[in-house]
Structures are given as structure tokens and as C-alpha cells.
Design a protein. Structure first.
Length: 175
């Protein structure tokens, strides 16, 4: 199981690196848009009209790609003042319950997002803005991300079970 967890961590790292690459590509695109709006490098081209829309979608995809890795690394937002004030065993139980609730929520969102994506695909829905795209393209990352989060929560719960009966030390703390 430890080898599987290690391999899973590598998969999540690959998703995080893909998120970084997308963020870098978005920065280049935004710079190109600003440059083309202000300098007539290419006659008749004044900016990239689709760059705002693509930037919005890229930020969404980056979030979906990076979220499972951030959870694994304990770099998600966490306020644990109450956990630090509770007795260690009680705080551990709270951690366990929070992970179980998060797992149930992630499974629920993954199921709902899968249904929404499938319905969008089945109906042939399109998004019409500057770019005209099938709507399911923008919905598809959501069920994948929440499925990845669900799997990571299972590994997280395993690590909590095998660790000391105290609140996690691997997360960013407010204390």
C-alpha cells in the first residue's frame, strides 16, 4: 500500500506540474495580448480577443489540476485553532470525521459533475462567447478533479490512521 501511495503521489505531482505549465502558458498569452494591443507587430491584429476567455478557463483547469496535490501536501486552506485546543485524541477524531465528510462531499460532487458533463455532451450544448466550444469540455475537469480528491482523501485517512492519535502536523496551521 505504501508503494501505491508513493506512485499516487507521483501522479498528483504530474498534475501539479501540468498546472504550472498551463499557468506559464497563460502568462505568455496575456503578455502577447498586451503587446499586440499596443504594438503593431502584425498588421491588422490588435490583441488576442479570446485571451480573457481562455485565461478564465485556464485558471479553472489549473485549480482542478492542482487541488489534489495541494491536499496531499497539506497546503490547502486550514484553520485548526480548535483542533490545537482540543485534547490530542479528540482532535484526531475530528480530523478523521472531517476527512470522512470531505470524502462523501467529493464523491457527491464527482457524481453530480459526471451527470452534468454527460448531459451537456448528450445534448450537444455549446458555450458561445468569443470562442465557441462544446460545454462539456469545460465541465469535464470537474468530475476528474473530485475523483482525484476522493482517492487522495482515502490515502489521507490511511496516513491519519497509521499516525499518532493527534491532529495532523503536515498541514499549514494558523497556530
Amino acid at each position: 500500500m505504501d508503494r501505491l501511495s508513493l506512485a499516487w503521489g507521483k501522479v498528483l505531482e504530474a498534475f501539479a506540474l501540468a498546472a504550472c505549465a498551463l499557468l506559464g502558458a497563460m502568462a505568455v498569452m496575456i503578455c502577447a495580448d498586451v503587446l499586440l494591443r499596443n504594438v503593431a507587430i502584425i498588421p491588422g491584429v490588435q490583441g488576442l480577443p479570446w485571451s480573457n476567455e481562455l485565461s478564465e478557463t485556464t485558471l479553472y483547469v489549473v485549480t482542478m489540476l492542482a487541488a489534489p496535490w495541494l491536499l496531499r501536501e497539506g497546503r490547502h486552506i486550514r484553520v485548526d485553532i480548535v483542533l490545537r485546543a482540543l485534547p490530542a485524541r479528540t482532535a484526531w477524531v475530528c480530523e478523521w470525521l472531517c476527512d470522512a465528510i470531505a470524502f462523501a462531499c467529493c464523491i457527491g460532487v464527482a457524481i453530480y459533475a459526471t451527470r452534468a458533463t454527460w448531459e451537456s455532451y448528450s445534448q450537444g450544448s455549446i458555450t458561445i462567447k468569443t470562442l465557441v466550444l462544446p460545454e462539456w469540455w469545460t465541465l469535464a475537469p470537474l468530475p476528474v478533479a473530485f475523483l482525484l480528491l476522493s482517492v487522495e482523501l482515502l490515502f489521507r485517512m490511511r496516513r491519519l490512521w497509521l499516525g499518532p492519535r493527534a491532529p495532523r502536523g503536515d498541514a499549514v496551521t494558523s497556530a
